[in-house]
Design a protein. Structure first.
Length: 274
C-alpha cells in the first residue's frame, strides 16, 4: 500500500492520529521537503514519530517517483507532505503513477493554507483563484499572476497569494557540470511580494476602467499559520513593503474591495496604523 499523508501546518504534533498510526507501521517513510516546510526540523519529526525519515527532495519526487513506489505492492510505503497532500500537483502525479502500477493507495488529509487562511477573518467562500508569486530576477519578471488578482478583485473576491520558496536550487554554474552545487534556501516574505506587486501597479498604471488596485489597497500578511508564533498584519500594499513578519512561511492576501461587516470587524485587530 502507498500512503500519501498530510502533516498539517504547525509542527510534528499536527499529524492526525490515523496518519501517525500509518507512519509507525510503514517499511519506508519519505518526507517531501521542497513544496513547503514545517516550523520544526527533521529531528523533531523523527523523535515524535519514533522512526527515521527519508528526505525526498525535488529530484526524487519528480524524477524518482518509481523509486518511492518501489515495493509498495508488497509493503507499506508513505510520503509525508506538509499541509494537505493535494496542495501540490506533484502529489496527484504520484497517485496516477501508483494507479498505473496497480498499487493500492490511501490519502490521509490534513489542514492546509487553503483552508487555514480563514484565521484572518475573511470568509472562505469569498476567495477566488489562488495565485503563486515567483521570485523575480534581473531579466525575468513575470506578472501574469497580477491579472488573476485583478480578476478576483473586480469580482469582489479575495485572493490568496502563495509565495515562492527556493529549496535545493542548483546554481547556474553547476548546471553545466556533472556535480551540482546548490543555492542557500530562500523563502519569499510578504515584504518582497508586496514590493513586486507595487512595482507592477506603478508600471501598468490605470490601463482600464475596472483596474482599481493601488499602493493604498488593503492587504493582509500572514506568517507561520498554524504554529504558536503565527503572525497576521493588515495594512496597505505600500506599507506591507516595510513589514517584517519574521521567519517563513509567509502568505499574502489581497482582500476584495468590499468586505462583509464581520470581515471588517475581525480584521481590525490586525490593522497597523498608517
Amino acid at each position: 500500500m502507498f500512503y500519501l499523508i498530510g502533516l498539517g501546518l504547525g509542527d510534528s504534533k499536527d499529524v492526525t492520529v490515523k496518519g501517525l498510526e500509518i507512519i509507525k507501521k510503514c517499511s519506508r517513510v519519505y518526507l517531501e521537503s521542497y513544496t513547503s516546510i514545517l516550523s520544526c526540523g527533521l529531528e523533531k519529526l523523527e523523535e515524535f514519530y519514533g522512526r527515521k525519515l527519508i528526505v525526498a527532495d525535488r529530484d526524487l519526487v519528480e524524477q524518482g517517483a518509481d523509486d518511492i513506489l518501489e515495493g509498495a505492492n508488497d509493503e507499506d510505503v508513505a510520503l509525508l507532505v506538509v499541509g494537505d497532500p493535494f496542495g501540490a500537483t506533484t502529489h496527484t502525479d504520484l497517485i496516477l503513477r501508483a494507479k498505473e502500477k496497480n498499487i493500492t493507495y490511501q490519502v490521509v488529509h490534513n489542514a492546509s493554507i487553503l483552508n487555514a487562511v480563514g484565521c484572518c477573518g475573511l470568509q472562505l467562500y469569498s476567495f477566488g483563484e489562488t495565485v503563486s508569486i515567483p521570485y523575480w530576477t534581473e531579466d525575468w519578471k513575470p506578472d501574469s499572476f497580477y491579472d488573476k488578482i485583478l480578476s478576483n478583485y473586480n469580482r469582489n473576491l479575495h485572493t490568496l497569494c502563495l509565495l515562492d520558496i527556493k529549496v535545493k536550487e542548483p546554481t547556474l554554474e553547476s548546471l553545466t557540470r556533472k556535480k551540482k552545487e546548490y543555492l542557500p534556501p530562500r523563502f519569499m516574505s510578504v515584504s518582497e511580494a508586496s514590493s513586486q506587486l507595487v512595482d507592477i501597479i506603478n508600471k501598468r498604471g490605470f490601463q482600464t476602467e475596472s483596474q482599481e488596485l493601488t499602493g493604498e489597497s488593503l492587504c493582509i500578511g500572514m506568517a507561520r499559520v498554524g504554529s504558536e508564533t503565527q503572525a497576521i498584519t493588515a495594512c496597505s500594499l505600500k506599507s506591507m513593503v516595510h513589514i517584517d513578519l519574521g521567519k517563513p512561511l509567509h502568505s499574502l492576501i489581497i482582500p476584495a474591495p468590499s468586505l462583509h461587516p464581520l470581515e471588517s470587524e475581525y480584521l481590525e485587530q490586525f490593522r497597523v496604523p498608517q
